[in-house]
Design a protein around this ligand. Structure first.
Ligand code: AHR
Length: 503
């Protein structure tokens, strides 16, 4: 393949990379909580009943923020069921996934886990079957000083100081007929505004995420977002985007190009936010706030569609097995978020353990799936400002995603490092790549990791866990005359950290 040149300029900023784009999502679904992060019966259980092996692996992802407790689950969830003495908590029928929910893991367990792991909590309130007032009460429970009913309930549960939960999602996928309590946009907007107003009246420091379209394929895509944002106005700090991509067509070249469509989704919803801002700005006479983007569910998901728990506890639901091409698509999602760092402020990989997850448990064993690696490779190099990437090189025509460069790239300029991320989407050809930073010189390789595998469908298994795993390739990157060069094998992802001159 002809060489690709990635040209960067230290002053051509997209915006600072918000660490919260390296977030995760933990739902009461299948074996995500029970048998996932929380399993008091496991040989790996710590003193809190959490699985130490799972948490150790999650630490390697360096997650910034974790969304909880759903997902579709939240639209039937009543937070009071999950606080107080565990033996007094009710076991309930859970309708989103037809499971049994014992509520032995709830608000306090989650927030304590966040504190131990250094995660910022992001709570989703029930605006399906719950009321705006129930949502308001949860903010009081979490964030108010002692002295009022719900804050004192928290104190009685052993936590005198407020938790200070800043991020709150106003429901989940309320545009979808599958959602418990689904309503048309106008009705959701009223519910969400009532909730946001009371929640912010309880704690002025909180930020809200309103439900946007749950997929680009929704018939109300864009229109829903516009109506909701227009009604919510200043009460909407962020709008949520969701995206699950698939390779049902078994067309790897097209699948690897799906990042182009993620770019488009971000730009379209951002355009809606800007249009609403313009309309609300009253002909420019005042300056209305613009909602920013919270991509709070994203992943590859299509191979395992088991979603019926059949009235059981911790059923095996959507336990997707991930392969190399999925890992490259995950890198593509993150590249897209970095390229749009000016508008994408939060993003949550859905999910963390067992349920469409980078980690899978089997009894006391733990498997690290392919998609774990690109996330860890980028999350550990996230500090800095996103740079505009000029990519000049060969392109191809993807069946549904249009013309794309073989090389999908993003770049972050840190204090003393330039981080470059690139996927070679070619199925067969090695891609020679040059990276240049105009006005500064690259002086050497701090470290470089490469992820690839024997074929696009290669997977890690409990028996062969290292089939798709990153390797250090520092010695395969040449830095000469201020320019870094390397050769990317077909179907591979590289994360490069380069040293540079100070000016
Ligand atoms: O992540 C699994 C499910 O996908 C979530 O519960 C829901 O929000 C989405 O449809």
């Amino acid at each position: 393949m002809d060489p690709t040149t990635i040209t960067l300029h230290p002053r051509f900023h997209v915006g600072p990379v918000d660490p919260r784009i390296f977030g995760g999502f933990l739902e009461h679904m299948g074996r995500a909580v029970y048998e996932g992060v929380y399993d008091p019966g496991s040989a790996h259980a710590d003193e809190h009943g959490c699985r130490a092996d799972v948490l150790d692996a999650l630490r390697r992802l360096d997650l910034s923020v974790v969304r909880y407790p759903g997902g579709n689950f939240v639209s039937g969830y009543h937070w009071r069921d999950g606080v107080g003495p565990v033996e007094q908590r009710p076991t309930v029928r859970e309708l989103a996934w037809q499971s049994i929910e014992p509520n032995t893991f709830g608000t306090e367990e989650f927030l304590a886990l966040c504190a131990r792991m250094g995660w910022e909590p992001m709570l989703a309130v029930n605006l399906g079957t719950g009321s705006p007032e129930e949502a308001r009460d949860w903010v009081e429970y979490c964030n108010s000083p002692a002295g009022t009913r719900d804050a004192d309930l928290r104190v009685a549960n052993g936590h005198r100081e407020p938790h200070g939960v800043r991020l709150w999602c106003l429901g989940n996928e309320m545009d979808g007929p599958w959602q418990l309590g689904h309503v048309p946009a106008g009705q959701y907007a009223v519910r969400a505004q009532q909730a946001a107003k009371m929640m912010k009246d309880v704690d002025r420091a909180i930020e809200t995420v309103v439900c946007g379209s749950s997929g680009v394929w929704m018939p109300t895509f864009g229109a829903w977002d516009r109506e909701v944002l227009t009604y919510l106005g200043e009460d909407a700090d962020y709008i949520s985007l969701h995206r699950y991509v698939d390779n049902h067509a078994d067309d790897t070249a097209d699948f690897l190009a799906v990042g182009a469509s993620v770019d488009r989704q971000i730009e379209q919803i951002d355009a809606v936010c800007r249009a609403v801002q313009a309309e609300r700005s009253d002909g420019g006479r005042r300056h209305a706030k613009r909602a920013l983007l919270c991509f709070d569910e994203w992943n590859v998901w299509y191979k395992n569609l088991d979603m019926d728990g059949a009235g059981t506890f911790a059923p095996h639901l959507i336990e997707e097995i991930y392969d190399l091409e999925d890992a490259l698509v995950v890198a593509g999602f993150l590249n897209s978020f970095v390229r749009h760092a000016d508008v994408v402020k939060i993003a949550n990989l859905a999910q963390l353990v067992n349920v469409i997850a980078p980690l899978v448990t089997r009894g006391d064993e733990l498997l690290v799936q392919t998609i774990f690696h690109p996330f860890a490779m980028m999350s550990s190099r996230r500090d800095g400002v996103s740079l505009r990437t000029g990519v000049e090189g060969p392109t191809y025509e993807a069946r549904t995603n249009g013309t794309v460069a073989y090389l999908d790239a993003s770049a972050i300029l840190g204090a003393d490092r330039l981080h470059v991320f690139a996927v070679n989407r070619s199925l067969a050809e090695t891609a020679p790549v040059h990276v240049e930073l105009l006005g500064r010189s690259l002086t050497g390789v701090a470290d470089a990791e490469l992820l690839t595998g024997p074929d696009p469908k290669a997977v890690n298994t409990f028996e062969a866990p290292g089939v798709v795993a990153p390797v250090r390739i520092d010695d395969r990157v040449r830095v000469r005359d201020g320019v870094a060069s390397l050769e990317l094998p077909p179907l591979s992802f590289v994360a490069l950290s380069l040293a540079l001159t100070t000016s």
